[in-house]
Each structure stands twice: as C-alpha cells, then as structure tokens.
Write a protein that binds this ligand. Structure first.
Ligand code: LMR
Length: 330
C-alpha cells in the first residue's frame, strides 16, 4: 500500500492495523526506488497485493528510511520487518560462506554468474541461510559488476589504489581485496557513503552503476573506472516466523510474485546499465567534473593478478570446494 514519506513513522507504528488486510509485510531496503532493486521491491508490493486480493498489505521503505545496513538484519530476525534484500556482502556475520560472491574476478560474465547463483553453489549457500532458522532465503537479485571511483587519483592500475581510503561493505573479502593493493578499506553503511566521499572521510569506493548514479556519487568523485572487478548482488530473505504463519494458499501466491519479481529485477539491471552509462557520459561532458575510464586487457590482467592472491586466505571460511565449484561452473 502506498504512503507518503510523512506517513512512514505512523505506518511503522500502526503496521498491524492496515485496513482490510490479514497480514502486513514490511519491506525495507537501503537504495533508491529507481534502482532495479527498488523497482523490483515496488513490483513485489503490487503483485503480492494483487494476487492475494489485498489479504497481505505490503509496505516498502526505501533509502534506509526504516532500517540501514547495521540494523536491517536484526530487525528481520525480530520480525520488525518481514522482507529485506541485503547485498550479499552484508551476510558475512550470519553466513560467512556467502563472501564467495565478493571474490574479485570470480565470474567470467553474467551467464556464468547466473549459473552459479541459480545452480548447486547458490543453493548450497541458501541452505546455510535457511539453517539459521530465523530467515527463509528466496531468490538472488542482481545489481551488476562493480567499478572503482575516486576523488583523489584515477584508479587505472593497482599502484593507483595505494594509500587511498576505500569505502567498503562489511565483508572480509572486500577488506582483503583492497589491502592486497595497498589501499585502506573502511566499512561504512550505504546511507553514509555520499557524505563520507564529499567530506574526504574516504577517497574512493566501488559500486555497480545503478548505485553510483542514483546516489549521485558522480558529484563527489572525479573519476570512474569501468573495472568490473567484482560483483554486487542480493539475497531476498523473509522472516521465517512470518512465512510459517501464512496459510498455504498465500505462501503459494507470494512465491509466484517472488518469481516474477526476480525476473523483473534481473531484466531491469540488464537494461539499466546502458541507460546509466549514457547519463554519466553526458554528466561528464557537461560538468567536466568526472572522467570515465575503460581498462585495456593488460590493465585488467594486472588487477586480476594482484587480487586473485587473496583466494586461498578464504578457503577455510568459504570452502575451497565451493570456490572451485563456482569457478568450474559451465
Ligand atoms: C552498498 O552498501 O554499497 C550496497 O549494498 C547497497 C545496496 O543495497 O545495493
């Protein structure tokens, strides 16, 4: 059910009294509504309400309005929010094996990525989440490959990263990745990235294009390097108790809506990248405040060489077998 920003606090308090609905499902996320994840959350709201004829009232809270990175997992465990879709890099304290997705240069391309996500490796990782009993794992959603950006020095070769302060998500793999090139990684919640870049708390970061553009990081970074060195995706998770309480027929409808939303989200990401690139190029030309760089084969090989050395460090945490299985997935 749609509401204004001003109604959010009231909605959060009165969430159980939605008119005519048997259940209230709050969805919280940290990105803009215009990202593929944001659009898919809104799509999910619409489809669940349609398919259940309003028996489930879905309320979406974007932009960390309800919960940010630090508290959304806890809020889900306590059933204060019923569905979230955190980035895979935010699961390590619960399921450290999920850091597999953070390994730099792991995926050859999108086709390889989807085969890993939707195949044996992805299923195994979801089973670790389900085993925690507090949350039920649904589908993997996509944000795309990540790119470096900086306000200090354009990051074209590994040496350029030396001494730069990088904002990272809460993942040990990401920490190791930047330490491997002499960078100083600092964990910050997504909601604080713009001001941290603006005030020079950090110099640089890594993002998929949708997050970079919709949060206007281009205003506070002077260079963007299309490095595709790592990946950012999501896992949609529901509070287990909320799911268990839904009658079978509503569970089936939620599952149908979820499947449709996953297709919608992945397609939106595919389509988004080209549109955003056009927007960023225009911004760069007009403002003269952003330079966009592409890497040649040799530069990519240099990055791969210095970053891949971190893999063995994570054999125990992630599972050497799982990493090898992901690499060998055809
Ligand atoms: C980030 O913190 O950079 C991302 O996890 C934000 C998101 O949800 O895409």
């Amino acid at each position: 059910m749609k509401r204004s920003i001003f109604g959010i606090a009231a909605a959060a308090i009165l969430a159980t009294s939605s008119f005519g609905a048997d259940y209230v499902m709050k969805i919280s996320h940290v990105v803009s509504s215009s990202t593929p994840k944001g659009m898919a959350a809104d799509y999910l709201e619409k489809r669940i309400e349609e398919l259940t004829a309003g028996k489930i009232d879905v309320q979406v809270f974007p932009n960390s309005q309800l919960y940010g990175d630090a508290d959304e997992m806890k809020a889900l465990a306590m059933n204060n929010v019923q569905l979230i879709m955190p980035s895979l890099s935010k699961f390590p304290s619960i399921v450290p094996q999920i850091q597999l997705f953070d390994l730099p240069f792991l995926f050859r391309d999108k086709d390889h990525l989807y085969k890993v996500m939707d195949g044996e490796v992805g299923a195994k990782l979801k089973s670790y989440v389900d085993a925690k009993k507090q949350m039920k794992a649904f589908d993997y959603w996509d944000a795309g490959f990540k790119h470096f950006s900086s306000s200090k020095k354009a990051i074209l070769n590994p040496e350029d990263a030396k001494g730069q302060k990088f904002r990272i998500q809460s993942s040990k793999v990401l920490e190791a990745q930047f330490k491997a090139v002499g960078g100083n990684p600092q964990i910050l919640p997504f909601s604080e990235v713009y001001s941290a870049l603006q005030q020079g708390v950090v110099d640089a970061t890594e993002n998929p294009l949708s997050n970079f553009y919709t949060k206007k990081f281009n205003e506070v970074q002077s260079s963007l390097t299309l490095s595709s060195h790592g990946y950012l995706g999501y896992l949609v998770v529901m509070n287990q108790q909320f799911w268990d309480k839904l009658p079978k027929d509503l569970q089936e409808k939620v599952s149908i809506a979820m499947k449709e939303a996953t297709e919608f989200e992945r397609k939106a990401t595919e389509e988004d990248d080209a549109k955003i690139m056009a927007g960023l190029k225009k911004y760069a030309e007009e403002s003269k405040r952003l330079e966009i760089f592409e890497l040649n084969k040799e530069q990519i090989a240099n990055w791969r060489k210095v970053m891949e050395v971190i893999y063995p460090e994570f054999y125990d945490v992630i599972g050497e077998d799982l990493i090898k299985k992901a690499i060998e997935t055809k």
